[in-house]
Design a protein around this ligand. Structure first.
Ligand code: SAJ
Length: 439
């Protein structure tokens, strides 16, 4: 017999189908703001909530600070009142749905920092009401939604799946990706109960092109962790291959490019100076932290984390050896770094291996400068360092290290002017010169 739909489920279903449901998004960063825009585009009234007053002020003025959300997209929604930004969580009392897209960093001890999720959950609990759909999007360990969020929301006495609805849906935003944006990236969603999964699926289907329902929140949480752990471990394998090939005098880049011609059963990953960003180096440790609690060692993750963590040291040793061949000690030499963001053509320096490399070089007595068209200044080792002019620096330096292969760099000028180059990204693939040392 068809379970009778709860009244709340029926009411919310109607509001979502008619796109009159009042949508809320907590956390207006590279995940939350694009998501808010998709629901505003679909015709829903959307309220963005953030604890950062500067973000809220900019949004109120119709000014976007997210690369994937042009102000030209944002401004009309602000003007028409379809989107409004606030710091006031009490608006949740009048919302029908709330998505949580807050940071989930790691503590220094590599333990998950759940403080942002707990803070958001605490605010939602204050204003939660019958008929509310809550969806957590922040990457986290399997069990978070059921073990952490659900108890906080159930304190209200409401019954999940009947009075309110709770889902997890992993964010898959790839900032700056010209092909895949929030709207056309398949959206996985799993609920605490079948009714939660059903309403969460219906919700996303109004604004996004493809929705993938899974049976519960833990499956949905694990999907994201598999995706990014897969990536981190394979990058670790590529880095270990680089160290093996280096020892055996084999060009690892040529090996990978040739292997990549295999039309099935292989996917190229590339060695580099280390693993940066706020996803790949972080997410897998949410998984290994949880499995440890379950008594299972996530050995692949730990090993890949170790290997990836060794790459800055491997690069610095390469620089020292290269200078040595030029009868120059690293101590007192001028080493110029090209690119400090964690990957090419972006301005994000979070967890960037360039900072580790600069720190290690300074510790060994080198004079370190950098150029990066996307990063005018960077703070490391407690001091702020400004980007230097590319052309003059590459000419002056005893050694230039390509750490992040921005497209904006003039690699022809670099090869013409530099005395010695260590290339950690195969950016100089097409160049042949004694002065180039490859990873
Ligand atoms: N890296 C390598 N070798 C590789 C690929 C990456 O050393 O073969 C390094 C990068 O230089 C960077 C780090 O790994 O330092 C992470 O790079 P990334 O390309 O994975 O970029 P992210 O951190 O922006 O990862 C995001 C993730 N997206 C989400 O979590 C939603 C990831 O799942 C995507 O696969 C990735 O973007 C992407 O493909 O661009």
């Amino acid at each position: 017999m068809q379970a009778t739909l709860s009244t709340e489920l029926e009411i919310l279903t109607d509001k979502i189908r008619s796109r009159t449901a009042k949508v809320g998004v907590i956390g207006l960063g590279y995940v939350g703001l694009p998501l808010a825009m998709e629901f505003a585009t679909a015709g829903f009234p959307v309220t963005g909530i953030d604890v950062d007053p500067s973000k809220v002020e900019k949004l109120k003025a119709g000014r976007s600070y997210i690369q994937d959300v042009p102000s030209g997209t944002l401004h009309p929604f602000v003007n028409s009142g379809k989107f409004r930004a606030t710091m006031d969580f009490s608006v949740i009392a009048h919302l029908d749905t709330v998505n949580i897209a807050v940071p989930t960093p790691l503590r220094k001890t590599k333990d998950p920092d759940m403080s942002y999720i707990m803070a958001a959950a605490g605010e939602i609990a204050k204003y939660a009401h019958p008929g509310l759909l809550v969806i957590l999007e922040s990457t986290t360990y399997p069990g978070t939604t059921e073990e952490v969020l659900l108890p906080i929301l159930q304190k209200s006495g409401m019954k999940v799946g009947v009075d309110f609805f709770l889902c997890f849906s992993p964010e898959r935003v790839d900032p700056g990706n010209p092909q895949y944006q929030t709207r056309n990236i398949p959206k996985v969603v799993g609920g605490i109960t079948p009714a939660c999964t059903e309403i969460g699926t219906l919700f996303y289907a109004q604004a996004l092109e493809q929705v993938v329902s899974v049976s519960n929140t833990s499956v949905a949480e694990m999907v994201k962790l598999l995706e990014n752990t897969f990536r981190m471990i394979n990058i670790g394998l590529a880095n270990e291959m680089a160290m093996m090939c280096d020892r055996m005098g084999i060009n690892v880049w040529e090996v990978i490019d040739a292997a990549a011609t295999k039309p099935f059963g292989f996917m190229p990953f590339y060695p580099g100076p280390g693993l940066g960003g706020h996803c790949i180096p972080i997410d897998p440790f949410y998984l290994s932290w949880k499995t440890k609690q379950a008594g299972i060692e996530a050995r692949f993750i730990e090993l890949a984390g170790y290997i990836n963590g060794q790459m800055p040291l491997f690069v610095v040793d390469k620089v020292q050896t290269a200078l040595n061949k030029h009868v120059k000690p690293l101590m007192g030499s001028h080493v110029h770094i090209l690119g400090v963001s964690y990957k090419r053509d972006i301005d994000d320096v979070r967890e960037s291996p360039a900072l580790d490399i600069m720190h290690l070089l300074e510790k060994r007595g080198a004079k370190v400068t950098y150029s990066d068209p996307h990063v005018p200044s960077v703070k490391f080792d407690g001091h702020r360092c400004a980007a230097e002019d590319f052309a003059s620096s590459v000419e002056r330096a005893d050694c230039v290290v390509i750490v992040t292969d921005h497209k904006a760099f003039d690699y022809h000028l670099l090869v013409a002017r530099a005395k010695l180059i260590v290339d950690t990204r195969n950016a100089l693939k097409g160049f042949a010169s004694e002065k180039i040392v490859r990873l």
